[in-house]
Design a protein around this ligand. Structure first.
Ligand code: C6P
Length: 424
């Protein structure tokens, strides 16, 4: 072992430095992490785009299709009752995961994007009118920009975005100034996918509520990394995607406070969302079914519940502490490489390391890393206004999950070294 390698080893600390958090045991739960990519061990650092799935989730999907598959809320037969029980059990799991007051505050949707669109169409259309304003921030994903823009255009309302500073933090005073008498809704990301910034959502919600403005929190990048308690946050809506939290694609959760959801009109019409239908009139179903028209993603919900149980079993506080340590290690190691510029240097960060290397195009960085079995994302990360704020077209982004190790960060650092060699 070289002196440098020994020094790095000492910095890394023992493998079990985080109490019972045994990263190697966790890695063994994820079949895909055992694969080789282009002849090299897979180093998967694209978790903000989508996370890998543990055996528990894969097994839950297979078990559902082998033993329970049927439609829900419809049949009197054994399988339909069993599928309904499992589907509604998944809702209760999501309720516990977010600490929602009731399972009927959990609406199953396709993902974060659909959750935000649901709120924009249903709550937005009935509460936002000409001259009103929707307030977001300068670090939102397109999913938390475009639905509001569409709504504002339709209604003659205005979309406002609170600016961010050079570290990628929300400028709170500017946000407070923009939160005015015309603001009807605040939409804010909990953690930025492009920068990793963790927003002070509790403080934002308190301020918005002091002015009677409801708040939607985009939790897509938060739920895999830290525990979320919607009652403690007191948010009005909270959305996340299953596939970013080790669950299947095609399923997500919209949490909404009962009183708000009760008063909102349905988003889509169809089966399951009705109590009775005549050609003259439809009486809508009660919550949560009023917002779940058509056959839902039954297996997705069951797979998601398995994922939530999986991370809850490990402990989100342990996951947060472990990932914080790996992110700090990665930040130190990557920023020490000559020519590297980090985009997003907020004091409170989680999960994401966005960077540039000299004037090398991020797509070239991604391609050279891919040849070494290292998966990162390059581009604007569906956050073009963030790129504009930093006056760059794109970044290379390494994003972490609970199974990433400091050894993988070392591989990333070596990979960046290769990029620098190629473009020297
Ligand atoms: N961000 C990324 O690589 P969907 O596609 O509905 O599951 O999630 C949309 C979404 C909403 N908000 C935030 C903060 C997000 O990060 C994402 C998805 C991925 O960063 C894919 S663009």
């Amino acid at each position: 072992m070289t002196t440098a390698a020994r020094k790095l080893g000492a910095e890394r600390g023992p493998a079990l430095a985080h109490g019972e958090f045994d990263v190697q045991r966790i890695r063994a739960d994820f079949p895909i992490l055992q694969k080789k990519i282009r002849g090299k061990p897979l180093v998967y650092l694209d978790n903000a785009a989508t996370s890998q799935k543990p055996r528990a989730v894969i097994d839950a999907l297979v078990r559902y299709y082998e033993e329970s598959n049927s439609n829900v809320h419809r049949g009197v037969h054994y399988l339909s009752e069993r599928a309904t029980e499992e589907f509604e059990g998944a809702r209760r799991t999501a309720q516990r995961f977010l600490n929602a007051a009731s399972p009927h505050e959990i609406i199953f949707v396709r993902g974060t994007t659909e959750g935000i669109n649901l709120v924009a169409h249903s709550y937005g259309r009935s509460h936002i009118g000409a001259g009103d304003e929707v307030l977001i921030t300068g670090m939102e994903h397109h999913s938390n920009i475009v639905p509001w823009q569409m709504l504002c255009k339709e209604k003659g309302a205005t979309l406002r975005a609170a600016p961010i500073n050079d570290d990628g933090e929300l400028i709170f005073e500017e946000f407070a100034k923009l939160l005015g008498p015309k603001t009807r809704l605040v939409g804010i990301t909990h953690i930025s996918n492009a920068l990793g910034t963790v927003n002070p959502v509790r403080k934002i919600i308190e301020l918005a509520h002091s002015r009677n403005v409801p708040v939607l929190v985009d939790g897509a990048q938060a739920v895999p990394h830290q525990s979320v308690d919607v009652q403690a946050l007191d948010c009005d809506f909270y959305v996340f995607s299953g596939h970013k939290v080790f669950g299947p694609t095609g399923i997500g959760v919209l949490y909404g406070k009962s009183a708000l959801l009760e008063a909102m009109p349905p988003y889509q019409g169809g089966g399951d969302m009705i109590r009775s239908v005549t050609f003259e009139k439809t009486v809508y179903n009660h919550l949560p079914y009023k917002f779940e028209a058509g056959t839902p993603d039954i297996s997705g919900a069951i797979g998601l519940a398995a994922a939530l149980d999986y991370i809850t079993g490990i402990g989100l506080d342990k996951i947060a502490a472990y990932e914080h340590d790996v992110l700090e290690y990665a930040t130190r190691a990557v920023s020490a490489i000559p020519g590297v510029r980090l985009i997003g240097t907020a004091r409170e960060k989680a999960g994401v390391l966005s960077f540039l290397i000299g004037d090398v195009h991020p797509h070239d960085i991604g391609t050279i890393l891919d040849q070494q079995g290292i998966a990162i994302r390059t581009g604007h990360h569906c956050s073009q206004p963030v790129m504009e704020r930093f006056n760059i077209p794109a970044t290379a982004r390494a994003s972490l999950a609970l199974y990433n190790t400091k050894e993988e960060i070392d591989a990333l650092v070596r990979g960046i070294g290769k990029v620098r060699e190629v473009f020297a």
